[in-house]
Design a protein around this ligand. Structure first.
Ligand code: NAI
Length: 208
């Protein structure tokens, strides 16, 4: 599977490179060879070179990678060099946990509002983030910039809500509801299913 000519497997590895480079930066490391990086990350040096070559390489023979520069370039590739404005649909356990998680903000993902059909939640807030009623969804999106909508609602509601979101212009959905969404081609959807990850762990335990 490819996106903009780059395989999804490569794209899925970029956040990990970004995390390791961030740690190296914090440790004050200025440059690193693909070999040293490969040892840290438990992948092969050729895999690192192959992945990064898709974006222009960034390394220099005999020097390796400049950590700060590579960190910045990967941030650019991932689109982390700009702010993303998020709304979360569903202010239950998951929606509130996501709103509570401070690390998103440090990466430029700003949660601007939670939306829920439960009228008891309307008008309250989570960590200062307002909780709105669902009737406020379209007016909010028309008035505010919304780059990403997070679906933290039951699957029975997800399809209808996703349609509402896309009809008023939202073009990226982070979907936690356990259902596949059939949306226009220009809408990007990233499904996150923790239970699928757990099942993969179970499979790997069985193979041992
Ligand atoms: P919850 O029951 O605590 O919260 C769900 C919230 O959605 C409630 O506040 C409810 O009022 C609201 N809601 C229901 N229908 C709605 C609609 N049509 N419009 C707006 N709000 C609506 O449930 P929890 O634990 O927060 O889980 C939420 C969803 O996320 C569930 O479908 C669950 O299966 C899923 N989930 C997915 C995970 C994953 O890894 N993908 C992990 C945990 C939960």
């Amino acid at each position: 599977m490819e996106e903009n000519g780059i395989s999804k497997a490569i794209i899925s590895r970029l956040p990990r490179y970004y995390r390791y480079l961030g740690e190296l930066k914090e440790e004050g490391v200025e440059r690193i060879s693909s070999k040293e990086l490969s040892i840290r990350m438990h992948v092969t040096a050729s895999q690192i070179r192959h992945d990064l070559n898709h974006f222009g390489g960034f390394g220099q023979q005999g020097y390796g990678y400049n950590v700060e520069n590579l960190y910045r370039e990967i941030a650019k590739i991932l689109g982390l060099n700009r702010k993303h404005h998020l709304i979360i649909i569903g202010a239950g356990n998951l929606g509130q946990a996501l709103a509570n998680y401070g690390n998103f903000e440090s990466k430029g993902f700003l949660v601007e509002g939670l939306f829920d059909q439960n009228t008891e939640l309307k008008g309250t807030n989570k960590k200062g983030i307002p909780i709105y009623g669902m009737e406020e969804l379209e007016p909010f999106i028309r008035k505010n910039r919304v780059d990403i909508a997070v679906l933290a609602i039951p699957k029975s509601a997800a399809v209808v809500v996703a349609k509402r979101l896309t009809e008023c212009g939202v073009r990226a959905i982070w979907n936690f509801a356990h259902t596949d969404l059939d949306l226009p081609k220009d809408v990007v959807v990233e499904n996150v299913h923790l239970s699928e990850s757990l099942m993969q762990l179970s499979y790997r335990m069985k193979k041992r």
